[in-house]
Design a binder for this molecule. Structure first.
Ligand SMILES: C[S@@+](CC[C@H](N)C(=O)[O-])C[C@H]1O[C@@H](n2cnc3c(N)ncnc32)[C@H](O)[C@@H]1O
Length: 385
């Protein structure tokens, strides 16, 4: 059950959160035998030393870091070639899978063995099969398919330019600009919908949707698939929601809202969140899900001021994002994600709880609370008097 704390007594649970991510990495990228243990320990060591600053990184860890791109590329190639779907369709040998994927048999055999080493496939007597995790998330066409972003694969190219971006201070691209956003985000938000479904249910619970609060008027800003708002609509059967995003994204939101059977309680507000009229004393709750990091400080502080006006007395804004510790020494995911924003956006970054607290107070929010939603970072809640 999510626990709520009021600001002041908060210590980020980042380290244990990262440990959860580490065990996820172990499952997804583990290599057999000694190397598997080495990678697992290596990543854990990285995480711990980043977090505590007292565990030296070993030479083995350093070597593993230089090659840690390989499991990510193997996974992407597997998804792009439809390997998981071809196996689920009954192709089991390297020759059959290569034929189905219209790929070379030699290359396919190496890829399949690498996917076995990464524990996404199994191999017995030369026959490959998908693991339960891969069967659920990596077979194209299945309801929980998470491969959309891997098929599109835009991050690899941007990260290749990291050194140059740091040198010049100019991003490789600006995903927040409408035209690019409408191409880039549909792939991302389909993936986020799957990974955030459970945290969204826990967030709805932490926000009291349904019990004790009923009939909430909710604004889901930059809603993407609508995952956070849909969880509120499901928990509070009387809630009414406004979904806001660029027009092309809202077509996708409609698809998800319909799939979850909550379309009769939705309205849509298309446009750029920097410009749309958010109204005055209209909402009980505003959701900012994974948007502050790409908007950056200036635009986000402006949105928070406008949201304060858009909320009714007693209203709240809930922020879901990657939150590093106040001195930005960890956990690794929010700290690494800041660089993802550096290469992909004009002003994006990740922000600490101290920064969010200051911005929320400046915007007029009387209290700042946090809630553990079983994710890498806490839910941050700004409360209006
Ligand atoms: C990372 S996704 C997050 C989606 C969703 N809130 C979630 O957490 O899954 C960012 C979303 O913000 C939208 N977005 C980005 N910049 C925007 C802007 N300036 N105005 C409106 N929407 C924007 C994108 O189209 C995308 O749907």
């Amino acid at each position: 059950m999510p626990s709520k704390r009021s600001h002041g007594e908060l210590s980020l649970k980042g380290q244990s959160g990262w440990r959860r991510i580490v065990s996820g990495v172990k499952v997804e990228t583990g290599i057999s035998g000694r190397n598997q243990k080495g990678i697992r320990n290596g990543i854990k060591q990285m995480a711990e030393s980043a977090q505590e600053g007292n565990t030296p990184v070993s030479l083995e860890t350093l070597q593993q870091m230089t090659f840690s791109f390989a499991p990510a590329r193997v996974l992407c190639a597997g998804v792009q070639l439809g390997v998981f779907a071809h196996i689920a369709d009954g192709n089991t040998t390297a020759q059959e899978i290569a034929r189905a994927a219209e790929a070379s048999e030699r290359g396919m055999r190496m890829l399949l063995d690498a996917l076995v080493a990464c524990q996404l496939l199994t191999k017995l007597d030369g026959q490959y099969d998908v693991t339960p995790l891969a069967a659920r998330y990596l077979v194209r066409g299945r309801p929980d398919y998470m491969g959309s972003m891997m098929e599109y694969d835009p991050l690899w190219e941007a990260w290749r330019h990291l050194t140059e971006v740091i040198r010049t201070g100019q991003p490789f691209r600006r995903v927040e600009e409408r035209e690019r956003a409408e191409t880039f985000f549909p792939h991302l938000v389909r993936t986020l919908h799957i990974s955030n479904r459970e945290p969204a249910r826990r967030a709805a619970h932490a926000l009291g949707a349904g019990t004790p609060r009923r009939g909430l008027r909710v604004l889901d800003l930059a809603c993407g698939s609508g995952v956070w708002g849909i969880a509120i609509a499901e928990a509070d059967q009387e809630a009414r929601l406004t979904a806001q995003d660029f027009p092309a994204l809202l077509s996708l939101t409609r698809e998800y809202v319909k799939r979850h059977g909550v379309e009769d309680r939705y309205e849509f507000l298309p446009g750029d969140l920097k410009e749309v009229d958010l109204g005055v004393t209209r909402y009980d709750l505003a959701l900012l899900g994974n948007i502050v990091h790409s908007e950056g400080e200036r635009a986000s502080r402006d949105v928070l001021r406008r949201l304060y006006r858009a909320l009714r007395p007693g209203g709240r804004v809930a922020i879901i994002d990657m939150v590093p510790s106040n001195d930005r020494t960890g956990p690794p995911f929010p700290v690494l994600f800041a660089l993802n924003m550096l290469v992909n956006t004009e002003e994006g970054d990740t922000y600490t709880l101290a920064e969010y607290t200051q911005w929320l107070q400046e915007a007029g929010f009387a209290r700042v609370e946090t809630a553990d939603i079983g994710s890498h970072s806490p839910l941050i809640i700004g409360c209006r008097d």
